[in-house]
Design a binder for this molecule. Structure first.
Ligand SMILES: NC(=O)c1ccc[n+]([C@@H]2O[C@H](COP(=O)([O-])OP(=O)(O)OC[C@H]3O[C@@H](n4cnc5c(N)ncnc54)[C@H](O)[C@@H]3O)[C@@H](O)[C@H]2O)c1
Ligand SMILES: [Fe+2]
Length: 387
């Protein structure tokens, strides 16, 4: 067996309503002051209110930074960091989707009193040094799995994203409270759910670091996500489906944190960068086409996933036939979730596809994990198929 390392968050608490006990949890950790990082949508909904009240009841000094934008730009991180430093907080809580959790990771690192690095210093693999402040992550989407990953993604220019990757970003506590996700709107539930499924599929077929623990996590993630995503979208208050989605997205996060994602994400990022398409939807738009491209390298692995994702189907035939059928079923699922399926529906000019292909090739950190080598002509052909 190929040697491997598997890392994940130290402590995971999965309990409906647990966010309203955040104050007690922080007290047990000996924390006296925290910065809660969230976004304006969550603030307007008041989703963080129960957590704030419990922190106040526990006599913990709380500052809230509530201006995280989706696909957070560097300016948001600098803003939140300034607040963390001026308020001299001891710990950071990320409360929201991947955007808020990613900002929280970086702020916890750069706000540490002994930190000497700047934001630019930490981009890339294991560039971050030293220590971070205590970090608690509370996902409200299901999701990026950011609560169990070593990655934080930042929008660095008008259209480009960069990742900082370090074990320091694994939080002390990840809190899964499905009650927070009950009001997640259908399009966000669908897109973030597909993002989580992509994490699991790409982890399972990843070329370099595929390992038995990630495989286990990816399969369980896909079992939970595929069998609950329709219910979560169409019957949003069905708590058991929401809990399964949150758990599934965390398993998928654990899988890809240790067996990284590949070409689906590489081709999705330029869509988010240039056209502000949400991360999950960008993935969904290219997923079937990248899978078709990968078929010749991954048919056996896709065929293993098919009955896990669609247990009601009677899969017969060769691995290639089963995998081809799986891709068709995934396309039908995306349509049933009422997500757009064509790049042309996203107001992307066809003449822009070559620029997207050029940008996708910059994602070398991701492309190196793809089971089949992909060049710029392949990327263009995939975008054309998705158009
Ligand atoms: N760190 C990682 O491992 C990792 C992995 C994948 C993606 N990402 C990054 O995560 C970001 C995307 O995160 P995301 O897809 O979770 O979305 P998000 O955090 O950008 O949030 C999307 C929208 O959903 C709303 N929302 C969130 N929770 C809600 C709830 N419970 N009810 C109602 N509305 C709610 C927010 O207000 C926001 O408007 C991107 O920046 C992406 O690059 C990070
Ligand atoms: Fe993702």
């Amino acid at each position: 067996m190929q040697a491997f390392t598997f890392s994940t968050s130290q402590r995971i608490i999965c309990e409906a309503g647990v966010a309203t006990r955040l104050g007690d949890l922080c007290k047990q950790e000996g924390l006296m002051s925290v910065l809660l990082i969230t976004d304006p949508g969550i603030q307007t909904l008041g989703l963080h209110q129960g957590a704030l009240e419990s922190l106040e009841q526990a006599e913990i000094r709380v500052h809230t930074y509530g201006k995280v934008q989706a696909d957070p730009p560097e300016s948001v991180i600098m803003d939140a960091l300034e607040l963390a430093k001026s308020a001299q907080i001891e710990a950071v809580i990320g409360f929201g989707g991947g955007s808020s959790m990613d900002v929280a990771k970086i702020v916890a690192l750069l706000a540490h009193p002994e930190n000497k690095q700047s934001l630019a210093d930490i981009y890339g693999l294991n560039k971050a040094q030293g220590k971070r402040l205590p970090l608690i992550q509370v996902p409200t989407t299901a999701g990026t799995g950011s609560e169990v990953t070593q990655v934080a993604i930042v929008t660095t220019g008008e259209t480009t994203k960069m990742g900082a990757v370090t074990p320091l970003f694994l939080p002390d506590i990840a809190i899964l409270d499905c009650e927070l996700t009950l009001g997640l709107p259908a399009p966000v539930t669908a897109a973030t759910g597909i993002d989580a499924m992509v994490h699991a599929i790409e982890a399972y077929t990843s070329k370099i670091k595929k390992n038995p623990i990630s495989d286990l996590m990816a399969k369980e993630a896909l079992r939970l996500l595929a069998s609950n995503i329709k219910t979560a979208v169409h019957q949003p208050h069905e708590q058991s489906a929401r809990e399964a989605m949150l758990l599934g997205s965390m398993f998928a996060g654990q899988a890809f944190a240790n067996s990284p994602v590949a070409a689906v994400h590489a081709l999705a990022y330029p869509l988010g960068g240039h056209f502000h398409i949400p991360h999950g939807l960008s993935n969904s738009l290219v997923l079937p086409h990248v899978m078709r491209f990968n078929l010749e390298s991954s048919a056996t692995l896709y065929a293993e996933l098919a009955p896990i994702m669609f247990p009601q189907e009677d899969f017969k035939g060769s691995d290639m036939e089963i995998s081809t059928r799986l891709i068709g079923l995934i396309e039908a699922l995306i349509t049933a979730l009422k997500l757009p399926t064509k790049l042309r529906d996203m107001k992307i000019p066809e003449s822009f596809l070559p620029s997207l292909a050029k940008d996708a090739m910059l994602q070398t950190r991701l492309l190196m994990n793809n089971p089949k080598d992909l060049n710029i002509d392949d990327a263009l052909a995939i975008y054309q198929a998705a158009y």
